[in-house]
Design a protein around this ligand. Structure first.
Ligand SMILES: Cc1ncc(COP(=O)(O)O)c(C=O)c1O
Length: 392
C-alpha cells in the first residue's frame, strides 16, 4: 500500500536504534500480581498504583453507584452540559483537601499541564524549568511563544542566575516536578520558593508522583515542606495514587476562572465520566481515613531501597517509592528488564532518549499493596539476576 513509506521508514529506525516498544497486554486489572496475556503471573513493580486504590472496595462501589445514578458518560464538554454536580463537588473537595481557594479538574495530568502552561505563558513572559521536568510540561511550554530558560536538575545557583537575568519580563514562572518520575528524587521546593519570593516569580509544581504519596494524607509536596500559601500553582493527578484518571490544578479562584475560559485542553474535550469523579471523591475520603496505606507505602519503599543498597545496587538519587536500578547501556538495561520478567517481576526498562545514554535503568515502584512476601520474592529475583548482569 502506498502512502506510509515515511512511517515505515521511521518505524524501522526506531527498531534499529532499540527505541521501539511493543505494548504488553495484561489480563485483568491493575494489581500487585498481574497476569500477562497467555497466563504468566508476575509481581508488578512498575505501576503507579501507589496505594492499591484501583482495587479498593469503596472506590469500586462509588463508581458503580455513580453509573447507576448518572449513566456512563458526561455527554459534553464542561462549558456546555458537561459540568455535573459531581464534577463541582469533586473540585470543592479537592480544594478543601489541598488547602487552596479552588481547583479545576482536567481529563488527565498531561492535559492539565498542557492547558495551564499554554494559558498562562505568553511572549512577554519567561518560564524557568528544571531540565528533568515531565514531557507534559515540556509540551505545554512548546505550545506557547514564551521565553524559556532551562536549569540543570535541581541546580539552585542556575535557577537564581536565570531569575536574576530575567527581570525585564512581564511574568516569571518557575516550573518543577514535585517528585521526579525517572529518578524518584524530591524537588528542593523550600529553596525554589525562597528564590521565587526574592525575585517575584510564580512557583508552579507538578505533583503527579507526590499526589497521595507525599505530605499529610498524601496532600503533596507543598504540604510535605509546610509551604501552604507560598506555592502559586499546584498540579496533581488523579491517575496514579488516586487510582482512577484525571488531573487538576489547585490555585486561586481567579486562575480557575481564567482557565475555565481559555485553557484549550479543558474547553475542547469532554469532561470526566461521572463514575470517575465519584471514584476520586471516594479516594479523597480513603486518603483521610486510612493513613495506614501511605504509612505502609513509605515503610515498604524505605526498607526495599535499603535492602537494594545493602545488596550493592545503584539506586541513584531515589528518596521516594520510585526506585531505579541504574544499569547504564540501553541494550543491557532492556535485557535486564526482560530477564526479570522471565523470573516473574515486571520492572520497566527506561533508556535513552528518556534518560541519558549511560543512565539506562529499570524503574521499580514499590506500593502499599506489596506484602513482605512479595518484597522478599523481589529481593531473591533481583539479587539472582543482578549477579548474572554483574550489577552487584
Ligand atoms: C511528572 C508527571 N506529570 C504529569 C504526568 C501525567 O499524568 P497523567 O497520567 O494523569 O496524564 C505524569 C505521568 O506520567 C508525570 O509523571
Amino acid at each position: 500500500m502506498a502512502g506510509f513509506d515515511v512511517i515505515e521508514q521511521q518505524l524501522k529506525e526506531l527498531k534499529e536504534s532499540g527505541r521501539y516498544r511493543p505494548l504488553t497486554v495484561w489480563e485483568g486489572g491493575s494489581d500487585s500480581w498481574m497476569t500477562l496475556q497467555g497466563g504468566k503471573r508476575v509481581l508488578q513493580m512498575s505501576s503507579n498504583n501507589y496505594l492499591g486504590l484501583t482495587q479498593h472496595p469503596a472506590l469500586k462501589q462509588a463508581a458503580a453507584d455513580a453509573i447507576a445514578k448518572y449513566g456512563v458518560g458526561a455527554g459534553s464538554v464542561r462549558t456546555i452540559t458537561g459540568t455535573l454536580d459531581i464534577h463541582d463537588e469533586l473540585e470543592r473537595r479537592l480544594a478543601e483537601f489541598k488547602g487552596t481557594e479552588a481547583t479545576l479538574v482536567f481529563q488527565s495530568g498531561f492535559t492539565t499541564n498542557q492547558g495551564v502552561l499554554a494559558s498562562i505563558l505568553g511572549p512577554d513572559d519567561v518560564v524557568i524549568s528544571d531540565e528533568l521536568n515531565h514531557a507534559s510540561i515540556i509540551d505545554g511550554i512548546r505550545l506557547t511563544k514564551t521565553n524559556k530558560r532551562i536549569y540543570a536538575h535541581k541546580d539552585m545557583d542556575q535557577l537564581e542566575a536565570a531569575l536574576k537575568e530575567s527581570g525585564g519580563f512581564r511574568q516569571r514562572v518557575v516550573v518543577t516536578d514535585g517528585v521526579f518520575s525517572m529518578d524518584g528524587d524530591i524537588a528542593p521546593l523550600p529553596h525554589i520558593v525562597e528564590l521565587a519570593e526574592r525575585y517575584d516569580a510564580i512557583v508552579y509544581v507538578d505533583d503527579a508522583h507526590a499526589s497521595g504519596v507525599l505530605g499529610k494524607h498524601g496532600k503533596g509536596s507543598t504540604d510535605h515542606f509546610g509551604l501552604h500559601g507560598r506555592v502559586h500553582i499546584q498540579v496533581g493527578t488523579l491517575s496514579k495514587a488516586i487510582g482512577a484518571v484525571g488531573g487538576y490544578v489547585a490555585s486561586s479562584h481567579s486562575l480557575k476562572d481564567y482557565l475555565t475560559n481559555v485553557a484549550r485542553s479543558f474547553l475542547f474535550s469532554t469532561s470526566l465520566p461521572p463514575s470517575v469523579a465519584a471514584t476520586c471523591l471516594a479516594a479523597i475520603q480513603v486518603l483521610k481515613t486510612e493513613p495506614e496505606l501511605t504509612e505502609r507505602l513509605w515503610r515498604n519503599a524505605n526498607s526495599f531501597r535499603s535492602m537494594l543498597l545493602a545488596e550493592g545496587f545503584n539506586t541513584g538519587v531515589s528518596e521516594t517509592p520510585i526506585i531505579p536500578i541504574i544499569v547504564g547501556d540501553p541494550a543491557r538495561t532492556n535485557q535486564f528488564s526482560r530477564r526479570l520478567m522471565e523470573e516473574g517481576i515486571c520492572a520497566q526498562g527506561i533508556v535513552y532518549p528518556t534518560v541519558a545514554m549511560d543512565k539506562g535503568r529499570v524503574r521499580l515502584i514499590v506500593t502499599a499493596q506489596h506484602t513482605d512476601q512479595d518484597l522478599a520474592f523481589a529481593r531473591e529475583v533481583l539479587t539472582k539476576v543482578g549477579k548474572e548482569f554483574g550489577l552487584i
